[in-house]
Ligand binder design. Structure first.
Ligand code: COA
Length: 175
């Protein structure tokens, strides 16, 4: 398996992965987020990665920048969304995409990565609910136990505060 940056030429394959991997009630919304993030051009680059097996795109992940609401300062990333084609699941494709992305972000020198997802899955990478608590997203969370964060390096973390995401994630239905 190889991992590379996604391009707009991958859009149709990325859509297919999300439509197959997620339940029909949320598949279209999540697929739209993945595609919109790839097209969006925020002040700090979105990291959008695909996993390739043979000549097939079998997984996708995005990490987009987060900013403090008060100062607009960029200080971390949020992982969203992530999916692996059903027939390639449980082969470490998802884990490889997460770890690859975290390495890229760590090398950039960013402090922290957030995710709003299943704690049972993301805890295996070290994401923790306690760390995320001080960082308040722009919308009330339907599942606060799924708001998690991972500290990436030895830098001193900012104290916390209200945070904002890029436009593609600025939708109350996603939170
Ligand atoms: C979640 C997902 C990305 C994992 O991808 P994957 O390539 O199968 O993951 P990996 O092979 O790296 O890891 C599989 C492990 O995660 C576990 N796992 C998968 N989904 C999980 C979940 N929602 N909660 C807890 N564990 C989960 C598997 O049981 C497996 O455990 P094991 O290593 O102990 O056998 C994939 O199942 C998927 O696309 N699911 C549908 C979309 C989705 O839910 N995305 C958001 C994730 S919150």
């Amino acid at each position: 398996m190889q991992i590379r940056e996604a391009t707009i030429n991958d859009i149709e394959n990325i859509k297919k992965i999300y439509l197959q991997a997620f339940e029909s009630s949320e598949a279209q919304v999540v697929s739209d987020v993945a595609v919109n993030l790839l097209k969006e051009d925020p002040p700090v680059k979105v990291i959008s990665l695909v996993a390739i097996e043979g000549d097939e795109v079998v997984g996708h992940i995005s990490f987009s920048p987060v900013f403090f609401k008060s100062s607009n300062e960029h200080f971390g990333y949020i992982l969203a969304p992530l999916a692996v084609s059903p027939k390639f699941q449980k082969n470490k494709v998802g884990s490889s995409l997460v770890k690859y992305g975290l390495d890229v972000i760590s090398n950039i020198g960013s402090f922290i990565v957030f995710v709003y997802g299943d704690p049972k899955y993301y805890s295996r990478f070290g994401f923790k609910v306690d760390l995320a608590k001080e960082f308040i997203p722009q919308y009330a969370l339907q599942f606060p136990e799924g708001w998690l964060a991972l500290k990436l390096n030895s830098a001193v973390l900012p104290e916390g505060g209200k945070i904002v995401c890029v436009d593609s994630l600025d939708d109350p239905n996603l939170w």
